[in-house]
Structures are given as structure tokens and as C-alpha cells.
Design a protein around this ligand. Structure first.
Ligand SMILES: Cc1cc2nc3c(=O)[nH]c(=O)nc-3n(C[C@H](O)[C@H](O)[C@H](O)COP(=O)(O)OP(=O)(O)OC[C@H]3O[C@@H](n4cnc5c(N)ncnc54)[C@H](O)[C@@H]3O)c2cc1C
Length: 477
């Protein structure tokens, strides 16, 4: 490749105690807790909103372990006050802890609540800013290089937390990482989400009561599920205190469409990408969320590949919307309110830390003395080569723990990594990347960063018991 040699004189901006790169759910938790713990904190975000995949990506259904204390729970409670979260019947769960729950939220309200919480805590937010490099002195990162409307600058800090989802800052700082299956770049499949407004759900349930074969009588994990019938779905969705539902796959209508010669092969293929077409309810009664379609062969670190995928996935969402509008009563007057403005990328780089968490840790229900959170979510690996999802589940009451060492970037004294680019192999990441988990991991990192600065020590020598007491009070010794 031809190259052009630039000579740069980059201005050095005001410094901070803690810089968090990326304001998705992990970066939100990290910046919020660092600021709450007294650190002068800057959150740098490429988009113009907090939330990453949860908001810009429209994945507005927060999976969370109900025993997850602190910021993840608090965030949901604040959304709940606005009536913009559909609480699980037992959320927050009574002791003893039960299993992971899924809470639909309104993405727009998430943006506001996250900004409110960050500004109340005194964290500074810098939007529209891309981290494009790291300044390193020996094994210490001294600054991030950023680009935005104001140009290019270096922002110094004492501790850095990479929450970019892609491990960008870690890669710029020269950290080791894995990308794909043993480094081959082949990652869990991606897709885009969309939000449909103006749906008459009561009418849809009337129709489903008359056409029970439209409903897939298995849940997405392949289990027979007794409550997936229209009467119960109606009760859950339209009650005064609604609950999370997932409805689909409209098997009869899909079959009819697949036999229709006027429908193009591309459209037919979109309907076959998943087992049927499904929607989820949201806190706004006439709106539903579509998590459908699939894009394989994505190179998540290649701007052109991501752009091509967005164009294809947006078309897939329009195709699914038109299918629902044409075939399913209740959708006649609906509009496609919004498609994701970023792609739902499940994984790219996974950064190597002092501890590398593996699928064996999931299987042995790992326990760590320095655990900072626990997880009972299932392995959910979306086949990168075609259809299908590989699931492995815990039974009720089982869980694994995550070591503090899994967020301390190997070989660097002051760099941590949180969220979907943390130090995990591909399968164990698929169990440990839900939104509640990412916020919880960020929460631990933020506090640890502040503790290191205030204690005049480094991130490897903080008082781990004090950290656990604050962020993982359920730790059993
Ligand atoms: C299709 C799909 C369905 C899912 N379903 C669920 C579900 O039902 N429930 C659930 O809980 N979880 C679900 N997940 C998982 C969950 O949404 C993600 O794992 C989680 O949101 C990741 O959070 P994060 O903060 O690590 O990363 P992200 O949300 O990706 O956030 C990273 C942030 O960093 C910013 N950024 C990136 N690079 C830079 C840079 N160089 N400089 C500055 N900023 C940068 C991005 O703009 C983004 O805001 C799903 C994921 C996908 C893709």
C-alpha cells in the first residue's frame, strides 16, 4: 500500500484523573463510578449519545442478573420511575438471587437518564470524538490521541479505561488481543435492530388466538415453552404492569411468503435468516422492537465492511417491517420509526489481561478471590458462518465469577478494559457481555481507577476487599 508521511504537532489538552474511551453501557458504568468516587473523569464517545449498542444500536432490552447491585440496578430503577422500563416481576429480586432477567427499556429515555446520572456525578462527556491513538511511556499510557470537530489533540490522564467495545485504545497502546476464532477474525454474527411504532397489539393477539400456528411454540433456546400462546402473551403485554414478551415466528405467513412467486429470492432469504420473524414489546405500548436478520462475514474492524453491512442490514429491517405490515393484523398502520444507527456487533477484539477467562471457567462455575462480579447468563454464540445459535445454560442458582485481573490489561500499568472487549475467549464472552454485566464491570473498573489514584498506588495494588465490599457485596468467602 502506498503511504503518505504526515508530520504532526498535536496540542496537549487539559488532563484528567481517569479517561474512559467509549460511552456504551460499560463506559457509562465506568465513568459514572470513577466520578462518584471523586476522580476527575472524562468520558470520550464517538457518537452523540451514551449507551452504544443499547441506544444507538437500539438493543433496548437490558439483560441483568437481578442480584447485580449498584449502577445497573439504579439505572433500571430510574428508568422505571419514568415508566420506561418493563420490570421483571421479581426485579429487584428477593434474596437469594435467582437467574438472569430481561428488562425492555426505552432507548431514548436511556440517553437522558445516563446523561443525567453522569452530569450529577460530575463526569465530563466529550461527544463526537474518536480515540485514534495512545501516547505511551514505557509500560504506562500517558495520554489518548483524539480527533473531533476541534481537530486533533492529546488528552493526558492517570488511569485509562478502554470501553470502546472494540478494544481500540488497548490496540493503539500495543496490548495483545485475540480477534475471531483463535485469531482468524471470524466473529459471532451481527445484525441490526429496528423499532416499529403504531402497532395495535390487541389486534395482533386477536389474530394469533385464531391462528395459533403462527406462534413458534419453542422459545429461542429450543425449549418447549408453555406460556408462548396468544392469551398469555396478551396478558403479559397489555396488563397494567406489563412484562417482557417475545412474539413470533409467524410461521404460517412466512411459509406463504416463501411460496409466493412475486417475492424476490433476496426477500425470501431475509425471512429465512432466523427461525421466523419475532418482535419484543417495549415500555411504549404501541411500539415493538425487531431483533432480526443476520450478517455473516463481517469484518468488524474494517470501516468499509461495517458500512456495507449497515446498508444490507437496514434493507433487511425494511423487508421484515413490510412483511409484518402486509401479513400481520395490528401492523397495518404501523411505521418503521427507526433503524439502528450503529450495527449490532457482538464482538471484535478481546484484549489479553492478567487473567484470560475461558469457557472452562463458565463450565466449572469459576470462583475467584478477587472477583468483582458474578454472572449466570448462558453461552449464546451466533454462528458466524450461517444460521443457528449455540446455547449452554446454567441451572437456577448456578453462576460464575469474574476476576479483577480480567480487566487489567497485560503489560500496562494503568490501562483497564471493560465491556464486550474484555479478556475472555470467544465462547465465554458470549455468556458475559450483556448490558447489565457490562455496566457492572464498568462500575468496578471506575471505582478501582479512583482508588488507585487516591491511594497513590497502581491499579494492581488497590485494596481488593474494599472494592468487593462496594461493587460485589454478595461475594461469598
Ligand atoms: C444483536 C445483539 C443483540 C443483543 N441482545 C442483548 C440483549 O437482549 N440484552 C442484553 O443485555 N445484551 C444484548 N446484547 C449484548 C449487549 O448489547 C452488548 O454486549 C453491550 O451493549 C456492549 O456494551 P459495551 O459498552 O461493551 O460496547 P458498546 O455498546 O459497543 O459501546 C462501545 C462504545 O464505544 C464507542 N466507541 C467505539 N470506538 C470508539 C473510539 N475509538 N473512540 C471513541 N468512542 C468509541 C461506541 O460509539 C460505543 O458507544 C446484544 C448484542 C447484539 C449485538
Amino acid at each position: 500500500m502506498e503511504t503518505y508521511r504526515e508530520v504532526l504537532q498535536t496540542p496537549i489538552a487539559q488532563g484528567y484523573d481517569v479517561i474512559v474511551a467509549g460511552g456504551g453501557s460499560a463506559g457509562f458504568g465506568a465513568a459514572l463510578n470513577a466520578a462518584r468516587c471523586g476522580a476527575r473523569t472524562l468520558l470520550i464517545e464517538r457518537e452523540y449519545m451514551i449507551g452504544g449498542i443499547m441506544t444507538a444500536g437500539l438493543m433496548a432490552k437490558i439483560a441483568i442478573e437481578p442480584f447485580m447491585t449498584g449502577i445497573p440496578t439504579e439505572f433500571l430503577m430510574r428508568l422505571g420511575k419514568e415508566k420506561m422500563a418493563i420490570p421483571y416481576e421479581s426485579f429487584p429480586a428477593p434474596w437469594p438471587p435467582s437467574e438472569m432477567v430481561e428488562v425492555p427499556v426505552d432507548a431514548e429515555t436511556c440517553k437522558l437518564v445516563a446523561e443525567d446520572m453522569l452530569t450529577e456525578a460530575g463526569a465530563r462527556i466529550l461527544y463526537g470524538t474518536l480515540v485514534v491513538g495512545a501516547v505511551r511511556e514505557g509500560e504506562t499510557v500517558t495520554g489518548v490521541i483524539v480527533e473531533n470537530k476541534s481537530g486533533r489533540s492529546v488528552i493526558p490522564a492517570k488511569v485509562f479505561i478502554d470501553a470502546s467495545g472494540d478494544g481500540d485504545l488497548c490496540a493503539y497502546a500495543g496490548a495483545e488481543f485475540e480477534y475471531g476464532q483463535n485469531g482468524n477474525g471470524v466473529c459471532s454474527a451481527s445484525n441490526m435492530l429496528s423499532r416499529i411504532a403504531g402497532v395495535d397489539l390487541a389486534k395482533t393477539f386477536d389474530y394469533l388466538e385464531e391462528h395459533p400456528d403462527e406462534i413458534t411454540h419453542r422459545n429461542r433456546r429450543g425449549n418447549e415453552s408453555f406460556f408462548l400462546n396468544a392469551t398469555i402473551l396478551r396478558e403479559y403485554a397489555l396488563a397494567d404492569n406489563p412484562q417482557f414478551i417475545q412474539v413470533g415466528g409467524f410461521d404460517e405467513s412466512v411459509k406463504r411468503t416463501l411460496e409466493d412467486p412475486s417475492v424476490s429470492d433476496w426477500e425470501k432469504n431475509v425471512l429465512k435468516l432466523r427461525s421466523g420473524v419475532h418482535f419484543m414489546n417495549t415500555p411504549i405500548r404501541d411500539q415493538v422492537l425487531i431483533n432480526a436478520g443476520r450478517y455473516t462475514g463481517l469484518k468488524g474492524l474494517d470501516a468499509q465492511s461495517v458500512s456495507d453491512a449497515i446498508v444490507e442490514c437496514r434493507r433487511q429491517n425494511w423487508c421484515i417491517f413490510r412483511f409484518l405490515k402486509k401479513n400481520i393484523p395490528g401492523f397495518e398502520h404501523a411505521t418503521l420509526a427507526e433503524t439502528g444507527s450503529i450495527l449490532g456487533i457482538r464482538e471484535t477484539r478481546r484484549v489479553k489481561c492478567d487473567y484470560w477467562h475461558t469457557v472452562e471457567d463458565f463450565q466449572r462455575r469459576a470462583r475467584f478471590d478477587d472477583a468483582i462480579l458474578r454472572s449466570d447468563d448462558s453461552i449464546e454464540f451466533h454462528n458466524p458462518a450461517g444460521g443457528g445459535i449455540h446455547f449452554e445454560l446454567y441451572t437456577k442458582g448456578e453462576y460464575e465469577e469474574i476476576s479483577y485481573r480480567s480487566i487489567l490489561v497485560k503489560g500496562l500499568t494503568n490501562l483497564m478494559v471493560v465491556g464486550r472487549c474484555w479478556s475472555a475467549d470467544q465462547l465465554s464472552l458470549s455468556a458475559n457481555r450483556n448490558i447489565g454485566f457490562c455496566m457492572g464491570m464498568g462500575q468496578a473498573a471506575g471505582m478501582a481507577a479512583a482508588m488507585a489514584i487516591q491511594g497513590g498506588t497502581d491499579i494492581r495494588h488497590i485494596d481488593i476487599k474494599a472494592l468487593q465490599k462496594a461493587v460485589y457485596p454478595l461475594k461469598e468467602n
